[in-house]
Design a protein around this ligand. Structure first.
Ligand code: ADP
Ligand code: MG
Length: 641
């Protein structure tokens, strides 16, 4: 360890973040205090947790707190904690670099639109660096609990690309941050301003936040000039919010707590606060965010639900607390039924944890059911409801639940929402669909495609449109997996309209008449089927007539148990080396092109014609034919004939 002062350059991402932050968040400077208090509180949490197995870490002082002081003459604000502190390596790793998965994606998503970016920056966590919103120089002095006082560390930076670091002596463990205020940030020197920010953001922090108070005379008639020495006072409520009774808590307190634990700038969309008593006793305070965090789809996310045991913070964002598909939930679970020094392994095997995880999942699903119910009870044309908002942000996570949480599959299935041929917005539930099913219809039909437009315009839909049968339009990647796991709802099977043979002959008006007409056309299309089989050869598994087309000449379908073309494309794009599944070409016997083919006899023409029909069907799925230029050439030749 070196004692000399070293100068380090910030990681590029830190520089970028600092720049962005100062430009996007200048109108919301006060959050620096929230972030620094939040870090101090995390540090106290960590110390308390580590001390459960090593009491010596307290060094005789277990009165964990945060102390804040403003010095008007020096124009500084000092935030001091007696939490875990940091050693030299930790300082370098934690405040000088951003070692987070998803950092690249985060910068990629920035748009230059300040308001939008401010949001993203908030989600990403501005944390420690928000000091530079108000300070032009920041000095951090820290010592990790349990190491000698000679091994303190001082870090200092003016936020312009580099920082100095040196080893110093520090008597008390923990971290002290001195902010040398920018001129335009002088307002924060006023203790009234500081206390009001603390009330706003940190009332619920379970550690006392102390300041030097101006003591009011007990009796107003007392001489004001009779100065009393200022005393240290606790400014915040300093009790764990979730332990307080619901009736005592205001929406504002709940929302502020949410912003603290979720690192969010916006209020939550919904919350649930319940104390559960049964075999195990635990408290849940869970929230649904308004917007998906930018790292929702990354393998690891840093934030999630926090586990507390007897109000001591244990861990966060763990799949032992809530199933992965509910990873968007934020909040707290607190229980007395786990040991304080619980390890990951104990947690995984603990029946208490299993029961709490199950209980929490059920409560979240109930909350969603209530929201969905409310949106159903509302006006039919009221498009923006809480549930619709939720679905727009997190719907795809719930779809994972169908695969992951088989015990709750039926409940989750009722919460799913889709677009359909009758309703563009993702607002159709399977229950709605079943209610609208036609007479003699016993199947829920859906189509999967690359995107909504491709699904909506698919030739496969033609007969369904004609007969007025609703079809669900699925265009999210995950839908291909969803439909392999969700094969039934309410006793009705789900069927892809691009798979297998289709028999709709019993559904709809004029069914009998249509059937007869079609049968005649099928007979006269026999020669066309034969010619196509010969011309396409290996490219297709089969060629057959269909009644699913009313306007298009041809479409591709997969065999009932084969992969759909869409699924095949998704897997190939994901780099998977899978053998191509041969499609079945279905043709419309009543179409003019098919009739023309039936009467054609030049072999060369037939071959080109067959290729055009085949490639057209691929195009209609929103994909590209194997040889697009060849397709155009053959089509042009045909047009000019
Ligand atoms: P986050 O809190 O989201 O991790 P921050 O930028 O706020 O991000 O802080 C970065 C890291 O610096 C923290 O994770 C923590 O390890 C360390 N840190 C910051 N402030 C303190 C503190 N007061 N005491 C101990 N460690 C701290
Ligand atoms: Mg932080």
């Amino acid at each position: 360890m070196s004692n000399t002062k070293e100068t380090h350059v910030f990681q590029t991402e830190v520089k970028q973040l600092l720049d962005l932050m100062i430009h996007s968040l200048y109108s919301n400077k006060e959050i620096f205090l929230r972030e620094l208090i939040s870090n101090a509180s995390d540090a106290a949490d960590k110390l308390r947790f580590e001390a459960t197995t090593d009491d010596a870490l307290y060094e005789g002082d277990s009165d964990l707190h945060v102390y804040i002081e403003a010095n008007t003459d020096a124009r500084t604000i000092t935030i001091r904690d007696n939490g875990i502190g940091m050693n030299r390596d930790e300082v370098i790793a934690n405040i000088g670099t951003i070692a987070r998965s998803g950092t690249k994606e985060f910068f990629g998503q920035l748009s230059g639109d300040q308001e939008k970016d401010a949001h993203l920056i908030g989600q990403f966590g501005v944390g420690f660096y928000s000091s530079f919103l108000v300070a032009d120089k920041v000095t951090v002095t820290t010592r990790r609990a349990g190491i000698e006082k000679e091994h303190g560390v001082r870090w200092e930076s003016t936020g312009d690309g580099q920082y100095d670091i040196e080893t110093v002596e520090k008597e008390a463990r923990g971290t002290e941050i001195v902010l040398h205020l920018r001129e335009e940030a002088d307002e924060f020197l006023e203790s009234f301003r500081l206390t009001s920010i603390i009330h706003k953001y940190a009332d619920h922090i379970p550690f006392p936040i102390r300041m030097l108070g101006t003591v009011m005379p007990a009796d107003p008639s007392e001489e004001a000039s009779e100065e009393k020495p200022a005393e240290v006072e606790t400014v915040n409520q300093a009790s764990a919010l979730w332990t307080r009774p619901k009736s005592e808590l205001s929406d504002e307190e709940y929302n502020n707590f949410y912003k603290h634990i979720a690192h969010d700038y916006e209020d939550p969309l919904a919350r649930l606060h319940q104390k559960l008593e049964g075999k195990y006793e635990y408290t849940l305070l869970l929230y649904l965010p308004k917007r998906a965090p930018f790292d929702l789809w990354q393998a690891e996310s840093k934030h999630g639900v926090k586990l507390y045991v007897r109000r001591v913070f244990i861990m966060e964002a763990n799949e032992d607390l809530l199933p992965r598909y509910l990873r968007f939930v934020r909040g707290v679970m607190d229980t007395n039924d786990l040991p304080l020094n619980v390890s990951r392994e104990i947690l995984q095997q603990s029946p208490a944890m299993t029961a709490m995880k199950k209980g929490a999942s059920k409560r979240v699903l109930s909350l969603l059911e209530d929201m969905a119910k409310k949106s159903n009870d509302g006006e039919a044309d009221e498009k923006s409801t809480d549930y619709a908002d939720f679905w727009g942000q997190f719907g795809n996570c719930l779809k994972e639940g169908i695969i992951e949480d088989t015990a709750n599959r039926d409940r989750i299935a009722k919460l799913l929402r889709f677009s359909s041929t009758q309703q563009d917005e993702q607002g159709v539930s399977l229950t709605d669909y079943v209610e609208r099913m036609l007479e003699n219809q016993d199947t829920i039909y859906y189509i999967t495609a690359e995107n909504l437009a491709a699904a909506k315009h698919s030739p496969h839909l033609e007969i369904f449109r004609k007969k007025g049968i609703e079809v669900l339009l699925l265009s999210d990647r995950i839908d291909e997996w969803l439909t392999t796991h969700l094969t039934e709802f309410d006793g009705k099977s789900l069927q892809s309209i691009a798979k297998g043979e289709l028999d709709l002959s019993n559904i709809g008006e004029n069914a009998e008449e249509d059937k007869k007409e079609h049968e005649e056309a099928v007979k006269s299309a026999e020669p066309a089927v034969q010619k196509l089989k010969e011309a396409l050869g290996d490219k297709v598994k089969d060629v057959r007539t269909t009644d699913r087309l009313t306007e298009s000449p041809a479409c591709l379908v997969s065999d009932q148990f084969d992969m759909t073309g869409n699924m095949e494309r998704i897997l190939k794009q994901a780099g998977q080396d899978i053998p191509s599944v041969k499609p079945i070409l279905e043709i419309n016997p009543e179409h003019a092109l098919v009739k023309r083919l039936a009467n054609m006899d030049s072999e060369e023409n037939i071959a080109d014609f067959a290729d055009i029909l085949f490639d057209q069907a691929i195009l209609a799925e929103g994909a590209l034919p194997e040889d697009p230029a060849g397709f155009v050439r053959k089509l042009n030749a045909l047009l000019t004939q």
